[in-house]
Unconditional design. Structure first.
Length: 454
């Protein structure tokens, strides 16, 4: 990395960053009391609030949001007439999935093979540490040239909209000239990338009931309507023969005309087993950034262990539908419900529960803030030019902020490059990416302040 005072300061702060991320990762802050006690999220929120107070932030508060979670807010005043930049991250994390499949405990930050492993290390506790590093580097080199607001969400992974509703009820709180969402990632390690688009999402649970109770499969099987078999038919109908998402009425043929994702690289990043084909048609970028994607993320029925020879009376599944820019998540939800009802066999009883929803987002990468970020990334990543890509994930807050503050420029960066394996077992963060992106964010704030004064 090219030597400069900001970069040198960030490098000197990396041991402290590792220690702080170790503390923050230790909280089992899954915003679902069926997985982790609420006290874990509350403790993580208090840790974040304490970190902001230690950096001199004012008005630090734990905001009780409508979904029962807490978001953490703080304000750091800058020079008179300086622009205001809002920095976003979230402290809640995904469940650990199969804890036995982790090579090290998911809530103990562990260094291995040049990476730091732990749930939330990249998504998105590391994003909060990135913000702290950038601000500390600026304070050590002449001061922070902008006013800074920080908001750290407590239920982003659940998609339950607590912070969105809170912001709508208190629109003055998060107003800013520019917003840096620290929850996406580079296209790959070492390639500086801003995210141009996010897919939205809808999360539903569907339940199928066919009998008053389970029946002996020898005595009744063959004529008794099997709820699990009905559910399997429904789930299979959500994809066509090529594996492409096939929710009736939902277009699935758009193309991505930006940075492409070579299939070989994708197969490696996604850890696809040798010989296994990729579902869908078109380029990989088409499929993950420009088109809807349905995924069955859970099924409730008889477990294999202890199964009895009986016909299931009920079965339930949780379905995630990612929705690309240009499509409406609420309309996609209606189409998904209608599709399931149409494809439920034998006049079985079907019911739905909406778990979460968020709209897709498209950033204006031609805005002046992106010019400031491109210049900053050239410094942090010598010899590399900033790229823009899509991201298949969802950050519902982006559209809320865009609607509340149409004048604000929204940038999306972060630590969730493919090797991070976010939402999967053995999530990790690259400390080199944490260091470089912290340098980039610090230089962005300098560049942005200068651009506003010009």
């Amino acid at each position: 990395m090219t030597a400069n005072p900001i970069a040198e300061t960030v490098a000197s702060l990396m041991p402290r960053a590792q220690a702080e991320l170790t503390e923050l990762v230790a909280f089992r802050s899954v915003a679902d009391e069926a997985v982790a006690p609420r006290s874990e999220c509350e403790a993580a929120a208090e840790w974040v609030a304490g970190a902001l107070r230690a950096e001199g932030f004012q008005d630090v508060a734990l905001l009780d949001t409508p979904d029962g979670s807490q978001s953490v807010y703080g304000f750091l005043p800058g020079p008179a007439d300086a622009p205001t930049v809002l920095l976003y991250a979230h402290y809640d994390v995904q469940p650990m999935l199969d804890e036995s499949a982790w090579l090290s405990p998911p809530f103990e930050l562990t260094e291995r093979d040049g990476r730091w492993y732990g749930r939330g290390a990249a998504d998105c506790k590391g994003g909060f540490i990135m913000h702290l590093l950038a601000l500390r580097a600026l304070k050590a080199n002449g001061g922070v040239p902008v006013s800074v607001k920080v908001i750290v969400e407590g239920s982003e992974e659940q998609g339950t909209g607590g912070l969105e509703r809170y912001a709508e009820a208190h629109p003055e709180l998060l107003t800013a000239d520019a917003i840096v969402i620290g929850d996406t990632g580079n296209f790959r390690v070492g390639l500086p990338t801003v995210t141009a688009t996010l897919r939205g999402m809808t999360m539903i649970r569907v339940r199928i009931d066919t009998l008053e109770g389970n029946l002996h499969s020898g005595q009744f099987g063959g004529a008794a309507p099997d709820a699990l078999a009905a559910l399997i038919r429904v789930l299979d109908s959500l994809r066509d023969e090529n594996g492409q998402t096939a929710v009736e009425g939902l277009p699935a043929d758009a193309s991505w005309d930006g940075l492409q994702y070579p299939e070989g690289e994708f197969r490696k990043d996604a850890r696809v087993l040798d010989g296994v084909g990729l579902p869908g048609t078109g380029t990989v970028a088409d499929r993950i950034w420009a088109r809807p994607a349905v995924t069955v993320i859970g099924i409730d029925c008889h477990p294999v262990a202890g199964a009895t020879p009986s016909v299931p009376a009920s079965a339930r599944a949780q379905i995630s539908l990612r929705v690309p820019p240009g499509q409406d998540a609420a309309e996609a939800t209606k189409l998904l419900f209608a599709h399931i009802e149409k494809h439920t066999p034998w006049n079985a009883r079907v019911s739905f529960e909406q778990v979460g929803q968020g709209q897709p987002f498209r950033a204006d990468i031609a805005s002046p803030a992106y010019t400031s970020m491109a210049e900053a990334m050239r410094i942090a990543y010598p010899g590399e030019e900033m790229q823009s890509s899509g991201m298949g994930g969802s950050i519902p807050l982006c559209n809320t902020l865009a609607a509340l503050y149409p004048q604000a420029e929204i940038l999306l960066i972060g630590l969730s490059e493919p090797e991070a394996q976010i939402h999967a077992v053995n999530e990790s963060v690259s400390p080199q990416e944490l260091e470089r992106l912290s340098v980039a964010e610090a230089h962005f704030l300098v560049n942005y302040a200068a651009s506003k004064q010009a």
